[in-house]
Design a protein around this ligand. Structure first.
Ligand code: PNS
Length: 166
């Protein structure tokens, strides 16, 4: 029995993330999607909201569960009997993802499996989705329908709040 973790901020989860989770679930027995907080990023949704949205999207796969994690990813792996970290890889991410994979392996020996992002989602990232949505662009092509609705609603309420600021 092999267990993988698909870690990320998922703020919000995109079609690209779900493609990587589905492909991981096709080759690994059990998959844990772990929602972490990237301290360098300004989040749109709370971690609990992201878990809830991901759980709904991942319910279609019987070997996938979704949970929150804090602290080091390698500690989460050790505590949850995770054998491998699975990540989607876009060309632009190679340097940083390689650095994290090597650091994680150095820390505890846990290895990282990289799946090349599907070409149709290669340019999609949650941070770009947040930026486009915040500036009034249409992000519906990049997100599941329910996530797109919630993203646009959250951005609208944020923008309304910001407009009220002095
Ligand atoms: O979707 P993201 O923002 O690329 O996800 C990044 C995340 C949360 C997976 C990454 O920041 C992470 O692993 N954070 C946990 C803290 C940690 O282990 N840091 C050391 C990485 S070598």
């Amino acid at each position: 029995m092999t267990r993988a973790v698909c870690p990320g901020s998922f703020d919000p989860v995109t079609h690209g993330h779900l493609d990587v989770i589905e492909r991981t679930a096709q080759i690994i027995d059990e998959v844990v999607v772990a929602v972490g907080t990237n301290i360098a990023k300004n989040s749109l949704f709370t971690p609990e909201e992201r878990v809830e949205m991901l759980a709904a999207e991942c319910a279609q796969w019987s070997n996938v569960e979704v949970t929150l994690f804090g602290g080091l990813l390698v500690d989460f792996c050790a505590d949850n009997d995770i054998d491998v970290i699975s990540k989607g890889l876009r060309a632009a991410d190679l340097g940083y993802e390689l650095q994290m994979a090597q650091m994680n392996r150095q820390l505890t020996g846990v290895d990282t499996l990289f799946l090349p992002t599907a070409p149709q989602w290669a340019f999609v990232s949650s941070s770009l989705v947040r930026e486009v949505a915040t500036l009034g662009g249409d992000v519906t092509a990049f997100l599941p329908a329910e996530i797109a609705t919630r993203t646009m609603t959250r951005v609208a309420s944020r923008n309304a709040g910001a407009a009220g600021d002095v």
